[in-house]
Design a protein around this ligand. Structure first.
Ligand SMILES: Cc1cc2nc3c(=O)[nH]c(=O)nc-3n(C[C@H](O)[C@H](O)[C@H](O)COP(=O)(O)OP(=O)(O)OC[C@H]3O[C@@H](n4cnc5c(N)ncnc54)[C@H](O)[C@@H]3O)c2cc1C
Length: 420
């Protein structure tokens, strides 16, 4: 049976691997020259079920107004993006009630945990390397910050399998001595022992390599122009810049661009691009930084070690499909990190700094769209928002189940939570 996967980001490439492993004849189509060149290129690299709380928690919505007018806020709305946000924005707010937020959070935790287990078993059997760390993640809180509120959220998540420990200053330093010069800033930290991290771009390319070894074909530099239907319930082929491609089943994994291909088929996908920035610096052997991802809740800054590099990030902007890399934003990210890790300054090679931006494909509730559509042979695996890598292997597994069995076999997740 031939399956065409549209998109070779982390989601499409993981899907291709899972399908190829199960014996499908897989073709992946992507407009870039290599897999993982758009949003999966230089994301935060966090593999964190602990980050499952959707952005529209009741508390966040109350703070939204203040955040939008605060120049140091991690969230910005570009006025030009407002008209495109109206319908999506109402749904975002509708999902911010206590009950909706909680059920979305549980759906994300379950998929993310399945994903992490799946990734670990892939890693064990294939020995892939993607500059991973498996030492947990740590979130540090400044004095007067929102540590107690966050710990309460962690207690809620603990009921669904997210383990955490609270740390005092001494325990923070035992784990991350590099925070010594600024330790007096902190009231404490929360440590998540099960979280991991790594380079999502390398991981995506490893997925593509393994899928190719199993017989999958990656058609790169090929744009998908249209999806054509044979009838009101069946897709016949996709029209691409390299000609028509037929298959028995199709998986839509085009990240923030999925809505453009779905809309002509009568499928409205509630996905909005949310821009984010990252900055990556080469460490050239310097060992003075963190040994695991550290997030500073006060500066909204994160530091993620990736082999001999350090990745930093921490902003979100509604700016439609603008992917322009704004060097000013990049420097803001870097400056926030330098307040936490001043020693980094003398190790930065200004000519080797990677300033990057990408578009998170966000749904209003948080969980991605994974499952069937009104066309019997078209499946969605898209809208993974700020946790696309974290959920990619899990949602690839669900889609493979849908294509093979018509339903999800794994009883850890309720597929209704990811339905359109
Ligand atoms: C700043 C930032 C930090 C992030 N940090 C994290 C993190 O720490 N952990 C985490 O889990 N997630 C993180 N994310 C989110 C994560 O990166 C995304 O959810 C994930 O990359 C989405 O993967 P995808 O495969 O759906 O989309 P993409 O990676 O964008 O892949 C879609 C693919 O479709 C292709 N495509 C699109 N349109 C067409 C077309 N018409 N024809 C052919 N090809 C097409 C593109 O070339 C692309 O390769 C972050 C995102 C950002 C922006």
């Amino acid at each position: 049976m031939k399956v065409v996967v549209l998109g070779a980001g982390v989601v499409g490439s993981a899907t291709a691997y899972m399908l190829a492993k199960d014996g499908y004849d897989v073709t992946v189509i992507d407009r870039c020259g290599r897999p993982g060149m758009e949003t999966s290129f230089a994301n935060g690299g966090l593999m964190t079920p602990s980050d499952a709380s959707p952005w529209n928690s009741p508390g966040t919505v109350k703070r939204l107004g203040k955040m939008l007018f605060d120049s140091s806020s991690p969230l910005k709305i570009n006025p030009g993006a407002v008209p495109s946000m109206v319908g999506w924005g109402f749904r975002f707010l509708a999902n911010s009630t206590y009950d909706r937020h909680k059920s979305n959070m549980i759906a994300i935790i379950r998929l993310a945990s399945l994903s992490l287990d799946t990734l670990r078993s892939i890693r064990e059997t294939t020995r892939i390397n993607y500059d991973q760390t498996t030492r947990g993640t740590m979130r540090v809180f400044p004095r007067g910050g929102r540590k107690s509120e966050f710990v309460q959220k962690c207690r809620d998540m603990q009921g669904w399998g997210v383990q955490f420990e609270t740390l005092d200053q001494g325990q923070i330093l035992e784990k991350e001595p590099c925070l010594g010069p600024v330790i007096d800033r902190y009231a404490g930290a929360v440590f998540f022992p099960n979280d991991e991290s790594g380079d999502a771009h390398k991981f995506t390319n490893e997925m593509a390599r393994l899928a190719t070894e199993l017989g999958a074909e990656f058609l790169m530099n090929t744009s998908v122009l249209r999806i054509d239907k044979a009838s009101s319930t069946k897709i016949s082929h996709v029209v691409t810049s390299q000609g028509d491609i037929r298959a028995d089943a199709f998986v839509l994994s085009l990240g923030s661009y999925s809505p453009f291909l779905a809309r002509p088929l009568g499928i409205k996908l509630p996905i909005l691009p949310v821009k984010g920035y990252s900055v990556t610096v080469a460490l050239n052997g310097w060992r003075g930084g963190p040994t695991r991802p550290v997030m500073d809740d006060g500066y909204h800054a994160m530091m993620v070690p990736m082999g001999d590099r350090l990745r930093m990030g921490g902003r979100a902007e509604f700016a439609r499909y603008n992917t322009r890399v704004d060097a000013k934003e990049g420097w803001r990210v870097l400056n926030d990190v330098l307040k936490i890790l001043p020693a980094l300054a003398s190790h930065i090679d200004a000519d080797a700094v990677l300033n990057w931006s990408g578009l998170r494909p966000m749904t209003p509730g948080g969980p991605p769209l994974v499952g069937p559509t009104l066309y019997t042979n078209l499946f969605l695996n898209t809208g993974h928002g700020p946790l696309g890598w974290t959920m990619a292997c899990g949602s690839a597994k669900l889609i493979t189940d849908f294509i093979t069995h018509g339903r999800v076999l794994n009883n850890r997740v309720d597929s209704a939570n990811y339905a359109l």
